[in-house]
Design a protein around this ligand. Sequence first.
Ligand code: ADP
Length: 290
Amino acid sequence: MRLEVKGLGKTYANGVKALDDVSFDLEPGMFGLLGPNGAGKSTLMRTLATLQDADRGAVTLGQVDVLRDKEAVRRTLGYLPQEFGLTPKARAEDLLDTFAVLKGITARADRRAVVEALLRKTNLWDVRRQQVGGFSGGMKRRFGIAIALLGDPKLIIVDEPTAGLDPAERGRFHNLLSEIGRDAIVILSTHIVEDVANLCPRVAVLFQGRIQLQGSPEELCDRLAPRLFRKVVAHDEVAALEAALPVISHRLRAGRHEVRVVADAAPEGFEPAPASLEDVYFAVISGRWS
Ligand code: ADP
C-alpha cells in the first residue's frame, strides 16, 4: 500500500494559507512530520484523515482517492488525535468493544478476539477491567492506539503522541509504534524532534504550510554538517552573536551557552559541530537552511 500526496493546498476563510503545494509519497513504515505550532500539521493530518477538505491537490491510498472516497479511506484508517474524549467511567475492555462495533466488527466472537489481541498488544490486558478515567497519560495514549488499530488499518495517523508522557511511558509508546510501522504506513506528527529522530527512517519538515525538506535523518544531517559550527560563550555574549551571525540555536551547557550557526565557513572562534536532526529542524525554521 502506498500513500501519494500531490500538490495539496488549503487556504482558510481568514486568508491563512495552511498548506501550500504539499507533496510526498509514503510506503509502509514510520514517517515523521515535524513542524512548529502553526506549521500546518493538523490541517494536513485532518485532511488525510478525511476530517476536512483541501482546496487543491490529490491524495491516493493504494487505489483509493482519499479526497473523494472518504468512506473507503475510513475503513482502512486509524487516527489518533492529540486529544480524544473517553467516557471516564467506562472500563477499557467495554469501551474498546463499543468502538469495535462502531468500526463494523459486529460478530461478538470476532470482536472478543480483536479486543483481546489489541489489549495485549498495547500492554493493557491486565488493566482491562479498570476505568479509563483512572489511566495514566501513557496508558491513555496506548488505549488510543488500540482504538486506532481496530479494523487493521493500513494508514495510521498519530498527532503529537508523547506530549506529557514520562520517559518510561514514552519508550513503551515508541516500541508499540515501531512494531505497527512494520506493516502499515504510520505518520507521526509532532514538534518533538527527538521522537522522530529515534523512530522514523523518513522525515519531513513542514513550515509555513510547505514541506521544506524531506529525507532520512542521516541524509539531512550529512547535508547540514559541513556548514554547522559552534562556540561556547558566556550569557551576555549571546545577543551580540545573534545580531551578527546566522545563529540557529543556543542552549545552556553546564551554565554556559553553546551557540550554533549555519555558514559557509567557520566564523571567528567557532569550530565544526556534529549535526543532529534538531539542528536540521532549527536551521529550517530559522530560515538558515539554504
Ligand atoms: P499545526 O498543527 O502545525 O500547529 P495547524 O494546521 O493547526 O498547524 O494551523 C496552520 C495555520 O492555519 C495556523 O496559522 C492556524 O492558525 C491556521 N488555522 C488552523 N485552523 C484554522 C481554521 N479553522 N480557521 C482559520 N485558520 C486556521
